[in-house]
Design a protein around this ligand. Structure first.
Ligand code: GDP
Ligand code: MG
Length: 439
C-alpha cells in the first residue's frame, strides 16, 4: 500500500501541470490502495471527496510540496475517521466495574480478555475473568488456563449451560471479593446469527456492563463494517479492540469498526502472548496503514534524526540484524539531546504509545534517563547480549543502579519490544540520503 500511494504521489509530482485531471488520477490511485487495505468503500469515497474540497489546485501548482500537501490531507482524513469524537468510557480503579467482551468466534476475545486483565493488573487494578461462553467446548478451559498463567481469578462452569446465569453469578462473586474490573468473556458462534445477538443482548441486560468492548480480527477485510454494526445494534458497544495486528493485515477494517460503532479503538493485539498488547494510538496506526511506518520510512527518519556521523554505523548494524542494548542506549542519548524524541519511534508499528505519551515528554525523558542509569550498571557482556541476564544479574543491576527489580525488567521488556521491531530491518538495503522518494 505504501508503495502504491508513494507511486501515485510521485507520478503526480512528475507531472509538470497539476490540473484537476492529475489530481483525480492521483486520488484514484490512493483510493485503490486504501481499498486493498480493507478500508470500506464508502469511507474511501467520502475521504476522496473531502480531499478534493480541501486541496487547493492553485496551492498545488505553485508550491513545491505537492506530495506533502496531499499526503497530509490523506493522513488527516484517516486520523479523523479513527477519532469518533468521544473517548471510551473511563473506568475507576477501586470501584467495581463490569466489562463485557463481544465479537465473533476466533476474533480473539478470550485471548484479549486476559491481555486486558493483565494490562490492568500490572497497573494496580484487581481484575477477574468470567467465562460466559457455553457454546464452544473447551471455552472455559481456555480461559482458565490463560487466567491461571496471569494469576487472575476466574469463574466458570463445566455443567451450567445458561450463559446469563454464569455471567450473573460470576459478576456477583467478584463484586463480593472487591474486584474492580470484572471481565465477562462471551461466546462468538461461527457466524453472525440471530441467536448470538440475542444472547449478547440478554447477557448485557443481566450483567449491566459499564463498558462493552467489541473485539475484531484485523484481517476480516471488507466484512468489518457490517460485523461491527451488527454487534452495535444488539449491545451498547463503547470501545473497540483490534487483534492480530502482527499479521499481514494493514488494518483498514479498523476504520470501519470505528465508523460503525461510533466508538474509539482502545487497544491493539500484536501477538498471541499476554503482553503483546498495546494502547492504541491513532498516528502510528495511520502511518502504518499508509505505509509510512514501513522500513524505508524508518530509514529516512533515522537519517533525519540521528546525527550524521552515527548514521552509517547504526544503519549498518540494523541491517545486519543487530539491535543491542548499547544501540538503545545511544539512541536514548540522541533523543535526550535532540528533544523531539517521538520522531523515529512513533512511526513504528509496534511502538508503544505508553512509552512516550504525547505532551508528557518530560516524564519520558526521565524514564529514558532511568533506563540509562540501569544500563550503565550492566557489564558490556550483558549489554550486547541481554539473553544472558539471569535473575541474580538483574538483581545486581537493580542494586548497582539503585533501582527496583521490576524497573530493570521493564527496561528489558522495552528493549525486547524495540529489538523485535528493528529485527525486521535485517537485510534491508540502505539507500543514500535523498535517494528515496520519502512519502
Ligand atoms: P475467541 O474465539 O474470540 O475467544 O478467540 P480466541 O481468543 O480463542 O483467539 C483465537 C485465536 O487467535 C487464538 O489462536 C489466539 O491465540 C489468536 N490470537 C488472538 N489475538 C491475537 C493477536 O493479537 N495476534 C495473533 N497472532 N494471534 C492472536
Ligand atoms: Mg473465546
Amino acid at each position: 500500500l505504501g508503495g502504491s500511494i508513494s507511486r501515485a504521489l510521485q507520478q503526480m509530482s512528475n507531472a509538470t501541470i497539476i490540473d484537476e485531471k492529475v489530481l483525480n488520477e492521483c486520488l484514484n490511485e490512493i483510493t485503490r490502495a486504501l481499498l486493498q487495505a480493507d478500508v470500506q468503500f464508502k469511507l474511501v469515497r467520502d475521504m476522496s471527496t473531502n480531499i478534493k474540497k480541501i486541496v487547493n489546485l492553485e496551492d498545488l501548482a505553485a508550491g513545491h510540496n505537492k506530495r506533502r500537501i496531499i499526503q497530509q490531507a490523506v493522513y488527516n482524513e484517516l486520523c479523523k475517521i479513527l477519532d469518533p469524537g468521544k473517548p471510551a468510557f473511563t473506568l475507576k480503579k477501586g470501584k467495581p466495574s463490569v466489562v463485557m467482551f463481544v465479537g465473533l468466534q476466533g476474533s480473539g476475545k478470550t485471548t484479549t480478555c486476559t491481555k486486558y486483565a493483565y494490562h490492568h493488573q500490572k497497573r494496580g487494578w484487581k481484575p477477574a475473568l468470567v467465562c460466559a461462553d457455553t457454546f464452544r467446548a473447551g471455552a472455559f478451559d481456555q480461559l482458565k488456563q490463560n487466567a491461571t498463567k496471569a494469576k487472575i481469578p476466574f469463574y466458570g462452569s463445566y455443567t451450567e449451560s445458561d450463559p446469563m446465569k454464569i455471567a450473573v453469578d460470576g459478576v456477583e462473586t467478584f463484586k463480593k471479593e472487591n474486584c474492580d474490573l470484572i471481565i465477562v468473556d462471551t461466546s462468538g458462534r461461527h457466524k453472525q446469527e440471530a441467536a448470538l445477538f440475542e444472547e449478547m443482548r440478554q447477557v448485557s441486560e443481566a450483567t449491566k456492563p459499564d463498558l462493552v468492548i467489541f473485539v475484531m480480527d484485523s484481517s476480516i477485510g471488507q466484512a468489518a463494517f457490517d460485523q461491527a454494526q451488527a454487534f452495535r445494534q444488539s449491545v451498547a458497544v463503547g470501545a473497540v479492540i483490534i487483534t492480530k495486528m502482527d499479521g499481514h493485515a494493514k488494518g483498514g477494517g479498523a476504520l470501519s469498526a470505528v465508523a460503525a460503532t461510533k466508538s474509539p479503538i482502545i487497544f491493539i493485539g500484536t501477538g498471541e502472548h499476554m503482553d503483546e498488547f498495546e494502547v492504541f494510538d491513532v498516528k502510528p496506526f495511520v502511518s502504518r496503514l499508509l505505509g509510512m511506518g514501513d522500513l524505508s520510512g524508518l530509514v529516512n527518519k533515522i537519517q533525519d534524526v540521528v546525527p550524521m556521523d552515527q548514521q552509517p554505523e547504526l544503519l549498518q548494524k540494523l541491517s545486519e540484524g543487530h539491535f543491542t542494548l548499547r544501540i538503545m542506549y545511544e539512541q536514548f542519548q540522541n533523543m535526550l539531546k535532540m528533544g523531539p524524541l517521538g520522531q523515529v519511534f512513533s512511526m513504528l508499528p509496534g511502538f508503544s504509545a505508553e512509552m512516550m505519551p504525547q505532551g508528557r515528554e518530560k516524564e519520558s525523558q526521565a524514564k529514558f534517563k532511568r533506563y540509562m542509569t540501569m544500563m550503565d550498571s550492566m557489564t558490556d557482556e550483558g549489554n550486547t547480549n541481554p539473553k544472558i541476564l539471569t535473575e541474580s544479574r538483574i538483581m545486581r543491576i537493580a542494586r548497582g543502579s539503585g533501582r527496583l527489580v521490576h524497573e530493570v525488567m521493564e527496561m528489558l521488556e522495552e528493549y525486547k519490544r524495540l529489538a523485535k521491531i528493528f529485527s525486521k530491518m535485517k537485510g534491508l538495503k540502505i539507500p543514500k540520503k535523498g535517494d528515496m522518494s520519502s512519502l
